[in-house]
Design a protein around this ligand. Sequence first.
Ligand code: AMP
Length: 210
Amino acid sequence: MHFSELPLDKTILKAINEIGYSTPTPIQEKTIPLILENKDLIASAQTGTGKTAAFALPIIEKLIWNQNSKKKGKKIRALIVSPTRELAVQIQDDFKTYGKYTNLRTTVVFGGTSIEPQKEILNKGVDVLIATPGRLLDLRKQEILSLSHIQTLVLDEADLMLDMGFIADVKKIEALCPKKKQTLLFSATIPEKIDQLANRILKSPIKIEI
Ligand code: AMP
């Protein structure tokens, strides 16, 4: 399969062509059409399988569809929750690369660093936010951001979030987002607790194993 066979906007195809991707990886082939159909997914996939693009490309595509519907000021419409700063920054870099020819705005927030610059960027408005759980809840508590326009929530490396003790925070974050949204859960392994979390927050999820 070639990327051009997937229903992705030409601006996205141009960006991925430029970085030299020619064919989608197996997880991308499976997830991209399902995410575009607004399905909830639970995917077991390791880092290195191309899982970031597997959710980033269809999220960008869906944001492009509605790009001009609201001119008032950007609202966060896609939220990616990541356990570590390094991973969050990597996801942000990937969104920037794939969305290079769109006018979507992406930012990343994480703890262990000054909150003020993050507030400034958020105040200007972003479409896609990548965040570690604690800092996200801090910013929400300070009313710097709203999660009430989230259309797609991604929980990345869910098993790592469990190991790091973030599951209560993840549940809080999910509850702060609208009920009607798409939720995508990615995890290298699916231990019992992650399965329980998925059963609680995903709607008729499709299971994908790579
Ligand atoms: P990830 O699993 O998201 O950490 O991605 C692993 C690596 O694969 C990253 O360096 C990506 O840039 C790269 N990658 C993702 N999708 C593709 C693709 N379809 N073709 C070639 N490389 C890719």
